[in-house]
Ligand binder design. Structure first.
Ligand SMILES: [Zn+2]
Length: 285
């Protein structure tokens, strides 16, 4: 899907789709939600469904440029083939190249969280893919993905990815961890968004009059803006994921903050009222 560059005063944000497709049955990702509950949302979010039984999922990374910085947000599924994603091969490096960006020009790689579809390109062949970048994630997240139970669960999901994608960053000393809200550059900061994973962060860009948040997997499907209580099977701490969704909706709606989410169609969207619920309306929709 073509994407649209978002131009603020200082920063430009370019969604880069690493992979997209009908990767997951709805009932696998949302086992607790009855099938008929989806019907109300099919027309509004047609780009996020595939047939009657599958979600259509985007895996989006973001190139953020401004203030002399070249920042990559998230690392996609990686070179693949990725069995969890229909044996797709990620397109991130091609998409960067198409914008004239070489790996060594990236100065910062933000890893919002450490699930396999967000760190796939972080390292290749035991070395950081972006050789001059500092990689940033939260300390809570790094510690979580060292827990034996978490590593075991991740090993079952995508065998070997932590060894391939994360361990080289730690071994070479390029992974930096942050605590709490952290400013990376003027108008560009990270803020905790826990629940989907214990240490997930979002990227908050405040630029002139406008604000835009890259919320990672706070929502994995746009329907969750209207139904924040619906948890995906990948939400690690469900009550906290729900609380973060509710707080995000509340703040974004009140502040007119545009939201980008990794698995939504690759556009910024604002929240609009539809009867008693909020809905996400993408600018490319
Ligand atoms: Zn994800």
């Amino acid at each position: 899907m073509p994407t649209r560059t978002i131009e603020l005063e200082t920063y430009t944000i370019e969604p880069l789709v690493d992979a997209e497709g009908a990767f997951f049955p709805i009932q696998v990702v949302f086992p607790d939600v009855p099938k008929e509950a989806w019907e109300h949302y099919r027309a509004r979010y047609a780009r996020s469904f595939a047939g009657s039984d599958f979600l259509y999922t985007y895996v989006t990374c973001y190139l953020v440029r401004g203030n002399g910085r070249i920042v990559l947000v998230d690392g996609g599924i990686g070179p693949g083939p990725a069995p969890l994603f229909g044996n797709a091969r990620g397109a991130l490096l091609d998409r960067l190249a198409a914008r004239g960006i070489r790996s060594e020009q990236v100065d910062t790689v933000i890893l919002t969280h450490l699930h396999p579809d967000h760190v796939g390109w972080a390292a290749i062949d035991g070395r950081p893919t972006f050789p001059r970048a500092r990689y940033v994630t939260s300390r809570t997240e790094a510690e979580t993905f060292h827990r034996p139970d978490v590593r075991e669960a991740m090993q079952a999901l995508v065998p070997g990815y932590l060894e391939t994608c994360l361990d080289p960053l730690e071994r070479t000393g390029v992974l930096e961890t942050i605590d709490g809200e952290t400013e990376l550059a003027p108008g560009l900061r990270l803020a905790p968004a826990p629940g989907h994973t214990p240490g997930m962060v979002r990227v908050e860009i405040t630029d002139g009059e406008r604000a835009l948040w890259i919320v990672a997997d706070t929502f994995t499907h746009p329907v969750q803006v209207a139904e924040p209580d619906w948890c995906s099977a990948f939400d690690m701490i469900r009550e906290l994921a729900v609380a973060t969704r509710r707080a995000t909706i509340d703040t974004a709606a009140r502040g007119g903050i545009a939201l980008l989410a990794a698995h939504f169609p690759p556009f910024a969207g604002t929240l609009e009222r539809d009867a008693e619920r909020w809905v996400w309306r993408g600018s490319g929709a």
